[in-house]
Design a protein around this ligand. Structure first.
Ligand code: GRG
Length: 299
């Protein structure tokens, strides 16, 4: 299988789904819709919605009217987190996905509001799944996962510890704290994507746990690779500034264990993630290839 070619096709399909759920740019408040659409349309690999749909397929799901609103919703939450992460009060970045960041184009206030609006609109969008044929109890469970994994016990919680770790007046984080940050900040959204796909397709509790563990390991590998790319890649390749961790005087997995060990750990986590996925009674060859691609990506 040519995974890159397949991925391109799936990115295009996902972008069509996303476009169909984006708000119309109209009314006195139309600047907010423009800023939301700008940040979503700036590109990105669309990995979370693709992981969601592929996990849905893995468990035999076939109701587009249920999965597609959730695919759009998870990309909206992911994009809001990037928009807020780039703000002057956080990473203060000018470029993301190869384009000017939302607050640079629309101003700081609109940057904050566009992030807020994307988070809220994600739930407005996901609620559209109730118009599908899928059992409403599965949709409620999917909403619970989406809310929880993005919140204080998930992505926001991880970002809080990450922000505090950069505080020079506080103790530097050790490996266990760094792993906690990775699990919440990065893995939680990947867990969310894959678990929502599984739940909507009717996976049982045991299979759901296996998916969660696999997604967690994938997220850990993905984040360590992100830290490695920050040191080894280029701005052109990455679409955002490199050496941002160094600029922010940040302790990362790479600064703690060194680049060689970090690369070995990426392999270990990704092998574990794939091994866990293969414990399930179904298979999806593309999903396994996608996991491998995510870990060996250059951007
Ligand atoms: C502001 C609540 C809040 C959270 C921010 C997502 C995040 C938390 C910060 C962004 C920086 C970062 C390194 C996050 C870890 C997850 C990660 C590697 C995000 C980038 O995801 P990709 O590579 O991005 O999938 P694209 O642009 O391809 O969608």
């Amino acid at each position: 299988m040519d995974v890159l070619q397949e991925l391109e096709k799936k990115i295009e399909e996902t972008e069509n789904v996303l476009s169909s759920y984006l708000p119309k740019e109209e009314g006195y408040q139309k600047t907010i819709m423009e800023a939301m659409n700008y940040s979503i349309n700036a590109g990105g690999k669309r990995l979370r919605p693709i992981l969601m749909r592929e996990t849905y397929r893995l468990f035999g799901g076939s109701d587009s009217a249920a999965i597609e609103p959730f695919m759009a919703a998870i990309e909206m939450i992911h994009t809001y987190s990037l928009v807020h992460d780039d703000l002057p009060a956080m990473d203060n970045d000018e470029y993301r996905r190869g384009k000017k960041t939302t607050h640079i184009v629309y101003g700081h206030a609109m940057g904050i509001l566009a992030g807020d609006a994307l988070l809220n609109y994600a739930f407005e969008t996901a609620l559209e799944a109730f118009h599908s044929e899928t059992d409403y109890r599965k949709i409620i469970k999917a909403l619970e996962i989406m809310a929880g994994k993005a919140g204080i016990y998930g992505m926001i919680g991880g970002q809080v510890v990450d922000v505090e770790s950069e505080d020079e007046t506080k103790e530097k984080p050790d490996l266990s704290k760094i792993e906690f940050i990775h699990r919440l900040k990065t893995s939680a959204m990947i867990e969310s994507a894959m678990m929502i796909g599984a739940v909507l397709a009717g996976a049982d509790e045991e299979a759901l746990k296996t998916v969660e563990i696999s997604a967690r390991q994938l997220g850990l590998a993905f984040q360590i690779q992100d830290d490695i790319l920050d040191v080894t890649s280029t701005m052109e390749e990455l679409g955002k500034p490199i050496h941002s961790d160094e600029k922010n005087n940040k302790t990362t997995y790479v600064t703690l264990v060194g680049i060689e060990k970090a690369a070995v750990d990426v392999e270990c986590y990704s092998n574990e993630a794939i091994k866990n996925l293969e414990k399930l009674e179904f298979t999806n060859e593309f999903l396994v290839e996608l996991m491998k691609y995510m870990i060996h990506r250059r951007k």
